[in-house]
Design a protein around this ligand. Structure first.
Ligand code: GTR
Length: 334
C-alpha cells in the first residue's frame, strides 16, 4: 500500500470505531477503560470510599478515559476470590487484608505476627516508611504473585468477639470455635490462645455466627459493626492481638497493558489513598464504638495482655524465625 492509502485505511478504521480495538493507531492511549475493584465491606466503609476517591482522581486526570467501578459488599466474593480474579485480570483492584496476601507472598506474613506492632500508630509509621515500600515491592516482584502492590491502609487492631461470654482471661476462650482469616498463622494463633481456630471466608462469617457453626470471630470494631456481626455476637473483648494493615493490590496482567504515564498516576493516587483512608478510618472507628454502646455490646478490656503475648510465642518461632532482621527493624521503628 502506498502511504496515502495507508492513511486512508487508517482514517477509515477510525470512522468505523475500530481504532480503539487496537487495529489503528495508539489504541491504548485513547480507549476508555473501566477498572473493576472489589471490597468485602459495604458502601461508605473507609477502604471502599478511599478506593472510590482514587477512581475519581484517575477519571479527572485522564478526562474520563480511566475510571474505577467499585463492587463493595462481597459482590465478587471473599478476599481469596478477589485476589484470584485480580491475578487473571478479571478485575483490576483487590482491596484485601494483608492476612489474605500472606499465603500468596510469604514475606508479607511478617505483618501478621500477633502483637508485633505496639499500637496502630507504630503500624502507620512502618507502612509509611521504607519497610512499607519494600513490602509493596515484594508483592510486585514475587514471580508468581501476578499482582502489583499499590498501597497499605489502616484497619486498627483486631479483637475477639463471640456469642457466648465475655473473655476475661484466656481460660474463657477454651472450647470456643473462633473464625480466623484463611491463613495457617491465624489458626495456630487461635489454637495457642486456647480457642479452636476455624479458617473461613469473610462472606461466611455472619451466617456461621447466626447458626452456631462458630461461636466467635476476631476483627476490628468497624468490621464488627458495619458488617453486622454485632447483631449476633454480643461480647467484644479488647485483646488487640493483631494490627494487620489492609492492602490495595492490582492485577498484573491489566497493569502491564497500561502506559507508563497511567501507571504513574495509579501509583500517585494509591499512595494518596493510603493517607486519605486513615482520616476516614479514625472517624469510622469512633463511630463503631459509639454504635456498640447503643447496641448494648459488652466490651471487656484486658488489663494485662502478657499471658496472651506469651501464649503466641510458638507462632513467632514457627513463622517469624525467617525474618529476624526485618522484625528487628519493625520493632526499632519509633
Ligand atoms: C477486615 C478487613 C477485611 C477482611 C476481614 C476478615 O478487618 O478489612 O479486609 O480481611 O477483616 O476478617 O476477613
Amino acid at each position: 500500500m502506498k502511504r496515502r492509502n495507508v492513511l486512508q485505511f487508517g482514517s477509515g478504521l477510525a470512522a468505523l470505531g475500530l481504532v480503539s480495538a487496537g487495529l489503528g493507531r495508539p489504541a491504548a492511549a485513547q480507549e476508555k477503560q473501566v477498572l473493576k475493584a472489589s471490597d468485602v465491606h459495604p458502601a461508605g466503609y473507609p477502604t471502599v470510599v478511599a478506593v472510590e476517591n482514587m477512581g475519581k482522581k484517575l477519571s479527572a486526570a485522564t478526562n474520563g478515559r480511566l475510571s474505577i467501578a467499585m463492587y463493595p459488599s462481597m459482590q465478587l466474593g471473599d478476599e481469596k476470590a478477589a485476589i484470584e480474579q485480580a491475578q487473571v485480570g478479571a478485575i483490576a483492584f483487590a482491596r484485601v487484608s494483608v492476612g489474605t496476601v500472606g499465603p500468596v507472598v510469604d514475606e508479607l506474613n511478617v505483618f501478621n505476627l500477633p502483637f508485633l506492632f505496639r499500637n496502630p500508630e507504630h503500624m502507620e509509621k512502618v507502612i509509611d516508611g521504607p519497610i512499607g515500600k519494600e513490602l509493596l515491592a515484594k508483592v510486585t516482584n514475587a514471580p508468581n504473585s501476578h499482582l502489583v502492590g499499590l498501597c497499605f491502609m489502616d484497619a486498627g487492631a483486631r479483637s475477639m468477639y463471640d456469642t457466648k461470654r465475655a473473655i476475661k482471661s484466656m481460660a474463657d476462650l477454651k472450647g470456643l470455635k473462633v473464625r480466623v482469616m484463611g491463613n495457617p498463622m491465624f489458626v495456630d494463633m487461635m489454637n495457642d490462645l486456647g480457642g479452636n481456630g476455624v479458617p473461613m471466608g469473610y462472606d461466611q462469617v455472619f451466617s456461621a455466627l447466626q447458626t452456631g457453626v462458630i461461636d466467635g470471630a476476631e476483627n476490628n470494631a468497624p468490621s464488627f459493626v458495619f458488617d453486622n456481626h454485632y447483631q449476633v455476637a454480643k461480647y467484644f473483648t479488647l485483646t488487640e492481638h493483631l494490627i494487620v494493615p489492609e492492602m490495595v493490590v492490582m492485577s498484573r496482567p491489566i497493569w502491564d497493558k497500561l502506559s507508563k504515564d497511567d501507571q504513574a498516576l495509579i501509583i500517585k493516587f494509591s499512595r494518596e489513598a493510603q493517607l486519605d483512608e486513615r482520616v476516614l478510618w479514625n472517624a469510622t472507628d469512633k463511630d463503631a464504638y459509639a454504635r456498640m454502646k447503643v447496641a448494648g455490646i459488652v466490651v471487656t478490656p484486658i488489663a494485662d495482655k502478657t499471658p496472651f503475648q506469651k501464649a503466641v510465642k510458638p507462632v513467632w518461632d514457627k513463622y517469624g524465625a525467617k525474618w529476624p532482621d526485618l522484625i528487628k527493624r519493625i520493632q526499632d521503628t519509633k
